[in-house]
Design a protein around this ligand. Sequence first.
Ligand SMILES: NC(=O)c1ccc[n+]([C@@H]2O[C@H](COP(=O)([O-])OP(=O)(O)OC[C@H]3O[C@@H](n4cnc5c(N)ncnc54)[C@H](OP(=O)(O)O)[C@@H]3O)[C@@H](O)[C@H]2O)c1
Length: 261
Amino acid sequence: MDVKDWTVIVTGSSSGIGAATVKLLAGRGANVVVNYSRSEAAAGAVAEACEAAGSETLVVRADVASDADCRRLADAAFERWGRLDGLVNNAGTTTFNAHDNLDGLDAEDFQRIFAVNVVGGYQMIRACAGHMRASGGGSVVNVSSIAAVMGVGSSVAYAASKGAVNTMTLSLARALGPDIKVNALCPGFVQGEWLRQGMGEDAYNAQLKALETRAPLRRAGTPEDMAEAALMLLAGSRNITGEVLICDAGMHLGMAAAKAR
Ligand SMILES: NC(=O)c1ccc[n+]([C@@H]2O[C@H](COP(=O)([O-])OP(=O)(O)OC[C@H]3O[C@@H](n4cnc5c(N)ncnc54)[C@H](OP(=O)(O)O)[C@@H]3O)[C@@H](O)[C@H]2O)c1
């Protein structure tokens, strides 16, 4: 999985999965673009860590829901290094709302979530495709969710948006070959602030404990686990495109029966 001297953009890399991914790539010798929309200080700290790992790093504020911002982000990477090899479409948003609370979710929620999670990813791929082709080819990883496959997660709008990300992955893998690979990564429960804040401390801890005792791999994923899986899809095989990879410690298979260890 050699990404040395690659140029890679990771959207939403000021925290969580994106931050872990951009740091992993930097440690492997890639030039990386750290992107954020609001969290400037956090993005700066991530960029410092990437530089300390020996990477050339660019920090770009861009809201992926804005097409002009996406084009500016892609152009900034290409202008800086004269090539663009990878894109990890990781920026995402949601609202936490129980699936049976139909009145808790309105059109505006759907439009905001789809604008970032689906349209944002599409706009980024469109902005990067020409630069990738000019670089001899490229690889895209769309960070989706187990919500896309199981209809679970923070809200119905979120699950539907990630379902659309998976479908878009198939369409664009077909459309952009042979130059550009497009794959999707579906994390399950990932330890961190996204779920801790969204679920609340008690529900978060209960789910963590359930996974650690009853998920097939008896663990809950970390941002670093997701970064490794993203790297695998990004650079692991030139023969894989249109793949949707679940990374959830086997949770989609169902909880294993509790047993004494
Ligand atoms: N955490 C989980 O359990 C889990 C599970 C499955 C899938 N995922 C997916 O994994 C991805 C990353 O989530 P995370 O858990 O790492 O959450 P996180 O720590 O909250 O990170 C989200 C990132 O996205 C950025 N972002 C949000 N809106 C943006 C926009 N419009 N334009 C550009 N950047 C934007 C945020 O930056 P700013 O703060 O600067 O806006 C932040 O860097 C998301 O796509 C999420 O759906 C997460």
